[in-house]
Design a protein around this ligand. Structure first.
Ligand code: ATP
Length: 338
């Protein structure tokens, strides 16, 4: 499918994406790449300009056939970044709200709401009002409200971005658990590659409205389809040198127009036979407690190396830097990984 707003440039271009039932699919990409637009089309809040959307063999949108199913008939739950809870309703009241709208009888409503609250672990605060909850608890209630309606697909648009780092980490683990427990298909929009890597069963990377790659996180990490994905996924980002340093790497790794090597693939010291290697000067050592990042000057360029063991080097020191051949990524002139 594609989407253009009012005839302007395409916000989403020829997106062809299959989201397996029960998967946790992260739509990942920089701001403005079309993630939210994609999610809103799945929800039925926007209509595609061309193409179709199908869930379980049921066509929800088909521009060509003039078909459009409104949001409330899609059995999807949508949670935004700003998950407004009703301030005058208790946690239980908020969680029951969607079921009330769907005219579910009172007893069943209560039972389903309590079950959802138990799943997100705020069942001990059912009688409280949103103002009496922490940010993380409010977020959980917003989730419970969606889980209670038993959606076939749960759509989440950066739901963790308003939380502090500690809570975000906790909620990532929680979301993962809730997904595994509920078996619901989740589509999660984020620009945070770590969020995508840690939670998703599948990641779809987008850039400028175009899908770049769909793969399980570790596959995306080890075999990025192109330069964009290689640079976007991973922290610190992949080294993508040019000039003589790139040529040195290419001489070892194979023919291509571009080359990349992840910081953690670079080692210091005696190289293994057959490895790529060069002499380097340590420019800076950046210890971070559990890891060490080193900036190296190599030929006409620089490389960041990352180690999870303490490095016994200091600035100004000469060292040998090396990497296994198989860990050097080669790209062709179009930036596609060879
Ligand atoms: N309602 C709208 N009207 C016109 N243009 C829009 C509208 N919504 C989004 N766009 C444009 O469509 C493109 C994709 O936007 P979208 O919000 O889908 O990106 P995104 O990847 O979710 O970004 P972000 O992470 O910043 O939310 C952008 O160029 C944006 O300016």
């Amino acid at each position: 499918m594609s989407k253009s707003y009012g005839g302007s440039d395409l916000a989403v271009r020829d997106l062809d994406l299959v989201i397996p039932t029960g998967s946790f699919m992260c739509l990942l990409g920089p701001s403005g790449c079309g993630k939210t637009t994609t999610l809103r089309m799945i929800a039925g809040l926007e209509q595609p300009s061309s193409g179709t959307i199908e869930v379980d063999g049921r066509v929800l949108d088909s521009v060509e056939r003039g078909l459009y199913v409104p949001p409330e008939k899609r059995r999807m739950g949508l949670v935004f970044q700003n998950y407004a809870l009703w301030p005058h309703l208790t946690v239980l009241g908020n969680t029951e709200f969607g079921l009330r709208m769907r005219k579910v009888p009172a007893a069943e409503r209560r039972e389903r709401a309590i079950e959802a609250l138990r799943m997100v672990r705020v069942d001990d605060a059912m009688e409280r009002y949103p103002a009496q909850l922490s940010g993380g608890q409010q977020q959980r209630v917003a989730l419970a409200r969606m889980l209670a309606i038993n959606p076939s697909v749960l759509l989440l648009d950066e739901p963790l971005s308003n939380l502090d780092a500690r809570l975000r980490l906790e909620m990532r683990a929680e979301l993962k658990r809730i997904h595994e427990e509920s078996g619901t298909t989740v589509v999660f929009v984020t620009h945070d590659q770590l969020e995508a890597m840690t939670m998703a069963t599948d990641v779809a990377v987008m850039e400028a409205g175009r899908l770049q790659q769909v793969a399980p996180p570790m596959e995306m990490y080890h075999r990025p389809a192109n330069r964009f994905v290689a640079e976007f996924v991973g922290s610190p980002p992949m080294n993508l040198p040019s000039g003589a340093l790139a040529e040195s790497l290419l001489r070892c790794a194979g023919a291509g127009s571009g080359v990349g090597v992840r910081p953690e693939a670079l080692r210091l010291g005696d190289p293994e036979p057959g490895a790529w290697q060069e002499e380097a000067v340590v420019e800076a050592v950046l210890p971070a407690g559990s890891s060490w990042t080193v900036r190296l000057r190599v030929l006409d360029g620089e490389l960041f190396a990352l180690s999870f063991r303490e490095l016994d080097v200091e600035a100004g020191q000469k060292v040998r830097v090396w990497a296994r051949r198989g860990q050097v990524h080669v790209f062709d002139a179009e930036g596609v990984r060879v």
